[in-house]
Design a protein around this ligand. Structure first.
Ligand code: NAP
Length: 266
């Protein structure tokens, strides 16, 4: 098993988490929900221009074509793409993987997730088919989204394969040290979504840290994820905000600041 606690600072701006000992996932990626059409394509090109190397999409976002076009046109060798199987498409894994690969214009997908537990259940049979896709070489890593710990354990018990990632709603107000530790113990990388929407950006500890470091509350939230080793995928369609959201290498939160932000989760 890979060391899920390992955070490798390759360069100051692109720390990564390693999945299954093979795939490096940048700790800060771009959420792409709502980035569609020509304006969406432009925003995706902007994000790649300003340095994003992880794009998070899903069949449900109906923008895999835009994501695929932006990545292909940018011609960068090291972009990671996550997409997700819609839970209502359980049983049609092969069809939707083929479709995602075509729209994304790649032969191999970096990370494929089950978007939600289908019908609220863990569904080891669906998980087995994701694992088979990885074993066939068309996907580098497989994981889930919105799964509980019990559901993660059910998949592991049934198949012997633990999801590399669990993508869940995460942010200071949702901080749960026990849940984070439980993912780490299982070798599951926690990836947080809706970091800003799930956060009261006017909360005292965020404003205080932002003021002390001369950054925005959004940057504090991103930096806080990074210091916990949680992959974070803020969405912005605006080039300036995209650039600012990932410009968090120039400051560090001290232990007291992290503790004060963690306490927003209580
Ligand atoms: N697995 C799941 O079930 C699931 C569910 C929800 C989301 N996700 C993923 O997570 C990604 C991120 O979550 P999200 O899109 O829900 O919300 P989010 O990233 O928390 O927030 C996005 C919103 O914040 C605004 N924003 C971004 N940077 C800003 C800044 N510096 N200052 C002010 N406003 C800023 C954006 O507007 P502008 O675009 O105008 O900047 C947008 O309205 C999604 O795009 C998607 O990829 C996954």
């Amino acid at each position: 098993m890979s060391d899920p606690g390992a955070t490798t600072p390759t360069t100051p701006t692109t720390p990564v988490r390693t999945l299954d000992g093979t795939l490096d996932l940048p700790l800060v990626g771009l959420g792409t929900y709502g980035l569609r059409g020509q304006a969406g394509y432009r925003s995706l090109r902007d994000a790649l221009d300003v340095g994003y190397r992880l794009l998070d999409t899903a069949t449900m976002y109906e923008n895999e074509d835009e994501v695929g076009r932006a990545v292909a046109d940018a011609g960068l060798p090291d972009v990671r793409i996550t997409t997700k199987l819609h839970h209502e498409h359980a049983g049609r894994e092969e069809e939707f993987l083929t479709r995602s690969l075509r729209l994304l214009r790649v032969d191999v997908l970096d990370l494929w997730l089950i978007h939600w537990p289908p019908g609220g259940a863990a569904r080891p049979d669906v998980w087995e088919r994701l694992v088979a896709a990885r074993e066939s070489g068309r996907v580098r890593a497989v994981g889930v989204s919105n799964y509980s710990l019990a559901q993660l354990d059910e998949l592991t018990a049934a198949t012997g394969v633990t999801p590399a990632v669990n993508q869940v709603k995460w942010g200071p107000a949702l901080f749960d040290a026990g849940l984070l530790a439980a993912h780490r113990e299982r070798g599951v990388v926690l990836e947080g979504y809706s970091p800003f929407k799930a956060t009261d950006l006017a909360a005292g500890p965020l404003r205080a840290a932002a003021g002390r470091h001369g950054v925005s509350a959004e940057q504090v939230v991103v930096r806080w994820h990074l210091q916990h080793g949680v992959v974070v995928i803020p969405k912005s369609g605006d080039r300036e905000r995209q650039a600012r959201n990932r410009d968090v290498a120039g400051f560090a939160l001290d232990a007291a600041e992290v503790a004060a932000i963690d306490a927003l989760g209580r």
